[in-house]
Structure formats: C-alpha cells, structure tokens
Design a protein around this ligand. Structure first.
Ligand code: ZN
Length: 351
C-alpha cells in the first residue's frame, strides 16, 4: 500500500515514503535555519535526544532542548494521509521535564523530506506530549502541504493539541513566539495571514538582532575609518532589513524619481546609523527608499528637505552641477510627523 505524499509539483498523490532526512540532515537543517535571518545558533549537545543548543534571538539567549525525528508514514492503512514521528522509549526526558519559559524552551519537531523541494517542519506541543513513552505524534500530509503555500500553518492532532507546520525560514520565528503550553503570543493588532502576523509579531526582535549583528560586524572591522564603516553599514542594512521596511512604505519605488529597478534601490538613513539610538536605527520614519543616484546626493548632504517636504539644495553645488545632476527634477516629498526630527538632524548637516 502506498501512502499519500507531497509530489515534486507540491500536490498530493500516493507514492513512496521519502527516504530521508537522516538525523544528521535534520540537525544540519535546524542549524542552517537558525543561523539565517540574523539569528545566531550553536549546538551545545547533539549526541542524543534531546539535542541541546543556544539561540540568540537578538532580544534574548534561549536554551533549547530539541527532540526531532523524520516524519514517516503512519503505518495505519485506514489513514493514507497520516504521517508521524515516533517518540522512542528511552529518550532522555530532561527537556520534557523542564518548564517552557522565555529563555528555556523544549521543541518537539518532525521533518518531512518533501519531494517538492524544501523540507517541511511540524512542531507539536512539547508540554502536552511530555508523557512520551513510545508515543507517536501524528500530522496529516495535507497539513504539511499547507505550509508550502502559507509559510506557517496551524492545525490540530487527533488529540486536539495544536500543531504548527512551517517552512524552515519560520523555525526561528516559531521558537521566538512559542511559550508555555504552546501558546503563541501574537499581538491583537497584527492582521493578515498567520505568516504575516508571525513576521509582524517577531519584527521587534528581528530589529534587535539585526542591530546586534551589525555591531558585531563593526567590531570585526575596528581598524577601518568611520567613513568605511558607515559604507559597510549602508551596504548591510540599506540592502537588508531597513530596505525591506522602506520598500513597503514607498511601494518599491525611489521616493524622488520613481525608479523601480530593485538593484538600484537603497534604504537610506536620514539620521546616520552611528548617530541613531537603537530604536532609531531601524525606524521607518528615519529612512527614504532612494535610487543610487538620489541616495548619493542625500547621503552626502548635498540635498535635504524642509518639514513641508520642499527640496533644499546645498550651496556647494554650482548651477551647472545642479543641471547635470538633474536637481530641478526632484519633487517635494511627503513628510510624516515621525520624520520631522530626523529631517531636522539631516538639514543641520547640509553642506
Ligand atoms: Zn531616484
């Protein structure tokens, strides 16, 4: 009998059980997933289950106890879509017996080696499964499939416990949000799909770890000049999270000329990174999405803007330079109240 599987096309059809992943594959996958998106993770024990590791979310250091197995067929012919992991008798229950807190978390994970490409995670409520002797945790293959399109998907097992299925790029966010009893703390103000809510709820921590990773980078390059450091920050942040935040605000167009070529666009700080507080460093009000040309003009303080949005041009630019640089074509900008303190700072540096 063949059980239902996710196909290479992402649909569901009867087929052979995926052979993998091996335990080593699973640990590598976890390690890779938790060292992306500015998360920082290292194993402190991976010889037996639960594996142990330390995750820095930017906001806190979390000690992780991770139980993780491959997801295979349920083995019950009545249920062709049933998949499961098997919590084996004799696994060290030290993780299960620890309370899940903000800085100590136990994860109960399965990994399905989907032929559609990326492996898919399922995470069960570790607390509810603490009575673990020879227990299997089920998940329907359709619920795993839903993660491909949704990113992260919520469902239930046959006991009514919550399961989240998700792609590897949600593992860090999942850990960030999971708390005692597998309750996700997602602010009521978040809207949209579960994936959007999760990303929004975890954004403050993402900002923190982005700042932390840039600080780490700056420490590594202590000998560079402050101009060179600022240029590196610009590259790292202006093309990273800060740009993403501003792309959203400016609909992926240069705020001054409307250029939409993604590679030409930069998240440009109004108040310099090194002069900004942590809260200001990744504040959307402290940025403009600009093309390379306009970013250079703005970054070098050759142009700035009044609180009403009107352009101010540096007196160091001659009439012919202004013509060459097409300064006259720059329109006024929309200035929200939150932008005004930053613009005042920028104007004070106008050449
Ligand atoms: Zn432009």
């Amino acid at each position: 009998m063949q059980y239902n599987q996710i196909t290479a096309a992402g649909t569901i059809a009867p087929g052979p059980d995926p052979a993998g992943p091996t335990s080593k594959d699973i640990r590598n996958l976890i390690e890779t997933a938790l060292n992306s998106d500015d998360f920082s993770f290292s194993w402190s024990g991976q010889r037996h289950q639960p594996y142990e590791g330390i995750l820095d979310t930017g906001a806190s250091i979390i000690k992780l106890y991770i139980y993780a197995w491959r997801i295979g067929n349920g083995g019950r012919k009545k249920y062709p879509s049933e998949k499961r992991i098997q919590i084996r008798d004799g696994v060290d229950n030290i993780g299960f017996l620890r309370p899940i807190t903000a800085t100590n978390k136990t994860l109960l994970l399965g990994v399905y080696d989907s032929p559609s490409g990326t492996p898919i995670f399922a995470a069960w409520d570790a607390t509810a499964n603490a009575d673990h002797t020879q227990k299997s945790c089920q998940v329907q293959v359709e619920e795993l499939q839903a993660a491909i399109t949704e990113g992260i998907h919520k469902c239930n097992d046959s006991r009514g416990n919550t399961i989240y299925t998700f792609m590897p790029n949600f593992l860090g966010n999942y850990i960030d949000l999971v708390s005692a009893g597998n309750v996700f703390v997602i602010p009521a103000s978040t809207t949209g799909t579960l994936a959007t809510k999760v990303k929004e709820a975890t954004l403050p921590n993402k900002k923190k770890r982005t700042i932390k990773s840039v600080q780490k980078l700056l420490q590594q390059i202590q000998n560079l000049s402050s101009t060179e450091k600022e240029a590196l920050v610009k590259q790292r942040i202006g093309q990273g999270l800060f740009k993403d935040l501003l792309k959203n605000k400016y609909h992926c167009k240069c705020a001054l000329c409307g250029i939409q070529t993604e590679k030409m666009l930069i998240g440009s700080h109004i108040k310099r990174w090194k002069d900004s507080s942590d809260a200001e460093k990744l504040d959307e009000n402290n940025g403009l999405l600009l093309c390379a040309h306009h970013d250079a003009l703005f970054d070098k303080h050759l142009i700035s803007f009044e609180d009403n949005g009107d352009l101010i041009v540096s007196t160091t630019l001659t009439a012919s330079e202004q013509k060459e640089l097409q300064i006259a074509a720059i329109p006024p900008i929309l200035v929200s109240p939150g932008m005004k303190p930053y613009l005042a700072e920028h104007r004070s540096k106008l050449k």
